[in-house]
Write a protein that binds this ligand. Structure first.
Ligand code: R5P
Length: 309
């Protein structure tokens, strides 16, 4: 399959890694911002894309709104440069947590993002640990949601021994189970509630048999750190020996890091799905580009099989 990797501005290192793993050419993209804040992109070697499949690789954090617009512009530029098809690799999809109406009068922002990407001309999407995988159907093209919790928990095993994998809420259970089953570990979940107005997290009592075990908490996103901090405190109070956090997307906003440190967490393992990095001894990043590259290869092979039929 002849495809070209087209890098987004803030995710160009990972895009280059994916290109190198797959041995695909990498397009060169010029980016600038106009004085009024609008963005401009130009593929400097558009001839590379002629009659090829373009794979736009970008992330949507930080600068969610700008990244969405940049991605749309890249899709359009690829099509105009003669690409026959455009696929997206977007390990972090913005607005995925507003995937339904929580309160009357709200929009479903995630639907808007997915539909807009599809309408721009992208026919396939590879993402990582979407907060709302069932909603990806609204992209109306081939959408692949990769779980990387096994890679993160594997890393966590450097700091813990035979841990129990815990999901901090029922919604995170699938990704905890995925990692635990792959690695032969016990798993369980906590029951969390969040005040929709204040954002405050609280936990309901639930019996989990812990007697001195190490715990790995698995979650998709660390935003304010409230979920991880409260879950960690509860687990330590209930007999956990140590807590390692394995989370896919580490937004780590405000004082999240300090909150989590103060809750007694020993290590935070994050996937490199975002363009921002926390430089602190508590935090470690795991490279997921190989898994992204494998997914791209599979998607493109499937397209090839279908076109040969
Ligand atoms: C919620 O359902 C998500 O899976 C995460 O647990 C949540 O987004 C984390 O947010 P915070 O760090 O603000 O508690």
């Amino acid at each position: 399959m002849s495809a070209v990797i087209v890098p987004g501005r803030n995710y160009s290192e990972q895009a280059a890694r994916i290109a190198s793993i797959l041995n695909y050419p990498l397009a060169k993209v010029y980016w600038k911002e106009f004085p009024d804040g609008e963005q401009y992109v130009r593929i400097e070697n558009p001839e590379l894309l002629s009659a090829k499949t373009a794979v736009v690789v970008n992330t949507m954090y930080p600068g969610q709104d700008k990244s969405i617009m940049e991605t749309l512009m890249l899709v359009d530029a690829c099509t105009r440069a003669g690409a026959v098809d455009v696929k997206l690799v977007l390990p972090y999809l913005a607005y995925s947590r507003q995937d339904k109406l929580f309160l009357p009068g709200e929009p479903v922002s995630f639907s808007i993002v997915l539909k807009t990407l599809r309408n721009a001309g992208a026919t396939g999407l590879v993402t990582v640990d979407s907060h709302s995988p069932e909603k990806l159907a609204e992209f109306q093209g081939k959408a692949v949601n990769l779980l990387v919790s096994d890679l993160l928990v594997q890393e966590a095993l450097k700091y813990s021994s035979n841990p129990i994998v815990i999901a901090p809420d029922k919604g995170a259970l699938k990704r905890a189970e995925y990692a635990a089953v792959k690695l032969g570990l016990r798993f369980d979940y906590l029951v969390k509630t969040r005040d929709r107005v204040t954002g405050q997290v609280s936990y309901q009592p639930r019996e989990i048999r812990i007697s001195g075990e190490d715990i790995v908490i698995v979650d998709d996103i660390i935003s304010t750190g409230g979920t991880i901090a409260e879950a960690s405190k509860l687990l330590l109070e209930n007999g956990a020996s140590s807590i390692i956090v394995a989370a896919t997307h580490g937004l780590m906003l405000g004082n999240a890091l300090e909150k989590i440190r103060a809750a007694g967490v020993k290590k935070i393992i994050l996937a490199d799905t975002l363009a921002s990095r926390i430089r602190d001894d508590l935090v470690e990043y795991t490279d997921v580009s190989r898994r992204l590259a494998e997914a791209v290869e599979k998607v493109l092979e499937q397209v090839e099989r279908e076109t040969r039929r």
